[in-house]
Design a protein around this ligand. Sequence first.
Ligand SMILES: C[S@@+](CC[C@H](N)C(=O)[O-])C[C@H]1O[C@@H](n2cnc3c(N)ncnc32)[C@H](O)[C@@H]1O
Length: 249
Amino acid sequence: MHDQRETGARRRVAHPRELALACVRILCLRKPGVAVPITFRLAPEVLRPVGHRAILMEMETTFHGLEFLTAPGRVFTPRVTTEALVDAALAHIDERPLRIADVGTGSGVIGVSIAVAAPQVEVYATDINANAVSLARENAERHGVGDRVHVFEGDLLEPVPGQVDLVVANLPYLPEDERRPEYENEPPEAVYAPGDGLEPLRRMLHICEAGKLAMPGFALVQYRGDVLEADCQHLPELRDELARHAAAA
Ligand SMILES: C[S@@+](CC[C@H](N)C(=O)[O-])C[C@H]1O[C@@H](n2cnc3c(N)ncnc32)[C@H](O)[C@@H]1O
């Protein structure tokens, strides 16, 4: 629909972008088990708030064998390589009721997948992006783990109460001058960080070292497709390893 321009037109018809369209979902309703991969780019004006409402287009993706809602352009869309981070975390989880932090949770895929696979753990997920926080909560409810996946808006581990036994993080790590076309439709703060890109990961590891990570806890981070990890006594070595990788990249 567009403005009517014919002579005698009495009513102005709203442009689609003026409509109060709070939420658009593209879901495969007839065959919920079938994932339909759709590649598209959203025009910047579609991603901007319209009046007082934001258009939040939701889609579905499969991650670690589970279906998750995503919000392209607003919340980082999970990548299949991140499933390795979930597997590495699960390798550290036994029968104990561990407390696990998922830092930079995005759509919640890491924390929710861990909570589904390990019913005895509590997950504390954080993100600075309010849309990510809403989406992660929605995904936790969707998989019946909303009571054990606590999602907070805030910086790194700051909103997480007490100590945790395991820290898992897929935070931004690319330097701002290393723009990558595959991340063009992602929120920049999900992908890029100042300097060599390691500032969020370095800060997070310092917080772990300062006592947030309980003995004998582990920190696991994703960096350029690899999973790097260290126990709480070897966090400086993990920081050095990340710096070496960043210098070589
Ligand atoms: C690469 S995305 C990963 C999202 C999700 N973990 C995944 O693997 O799909 C990084 C996420 O970290 C969040 N983030 C960036 N800086 C942060 C910070 N200082 N504290 C918490 N979250 C942060 C971004 O908003 C984004 O959702």
